[in-house]
Design a protein around this ligand. Sequence first.
Ligand SMILES: *Cc1c(COP(=O)(O)O)cnc(C)c1O
Length: 389
Amino acid sequence: MTDAHRVNDPDRPPLRPTRAEVDLDALTRNLGRLRDAADGAMVCAVVKADGYGHGAVRCARAAVAAGAEWLAVALVEEAEVLRAAGIDAPIAIFSEPPLHAIPRMLDARVTPSVHTAAFGRALDAAARDRGERVTVHLNVDSGMGRVGVPEDGWEAFVTEVAAWEHVRVEAIWTHMARADEPAAPTTEQQQDGFDRFLALAGRAGLTWDFVHAGNSASALVQPRARRDLVRVGIAMYGLSPSTEVTADAHDLEPVMRLVTEVAYAKRIAAGTPVSYGHTWCAPVDGWLATVPVGYADGVPRLLSNRGAFLIGGERRPIAGTVTMDQTMVWCGDHEPRIGDEVVLLGTQGSGRVTADDWAAWAETITYEVTCGISARVPRTGRRASTGRD
Ligand SMILES: *Cc1c(COP(=O)(O)O)cnc(C)c1O
């Protein structure tokens, strides 16, 4: 049973001006830069978590059109969304779902990742019952410490894999823990470890077609981790993997622009307190704008009295606490008008606010910024600016 309708129902267009504009041309250009950086490796476009908040279906379509050989997701349910939209490209998954997910995973033609014998056996049995042979990617733990066959269990695991008659190993893969810290020695150590896994598997008679070991940061700055395929998420969306591996340094363009309009504006006297807890007071007489976006939309409450939005082509500081649905912005001498464009993420005039800024203000990483933009915010195509400048 589904609800009669929901916020952001396509048949009931949004009334509030707050929206996330998604620029698929920027995504295409970013993917081209990543392909150049990857130096001949295949590209897997990572569209888990609704394409890091950008919309999985539109981003997957654009990535495949731009030449991505693979897509990847975290959940079987996410793969089902892509298949239901008619997307046909190979889809990898980053972990083992629960055993009861296997029939739907195979129906969705997901390429399973396997790191436990129990899951591999269950897959083998399911494939036999369906009269199919299932192609898998074996995940090994070279130092991430999340999922993956540990090195001391690898030999026994490889022996077990050989007994699965309905399972074919297409790839062996691993994941780097610190690829976004170029000075960390662990990426080289993990690559050495991965080579040991591969050598042992080869000696045991296992065969496979290709290997993969790298994410966005690996594609950009870790040549050894590129291997045969790079799994790129954050950089495809034009965002920095870390403060050391930045979008700007690699000429990547943010795909998401988050915009709204001034909903209310007034002049207030010096000393006037604003918002819950009265944590901010006007320093002098000046203009205050109320913006229709809040923490329920994914503006972190940590941006209270720290962050800034763009109004009239310049950064204007957030005044007082971010509330659930509305945020106040101090404009000083600049008089904002109801309907003026407000840019939360993006550029306006000479001003710019990036996911790196939000990540610093909110003590997090760029990934959490766009993943956190809630389902209440409609995703639209790129529109012409409505700003005054
Ligand atoms: C999410 C994820 C990626 C993508 O990482 P980015 O840093 O966003 O490029 C790659 N591989 C695995 C296993 C992941 O979980």
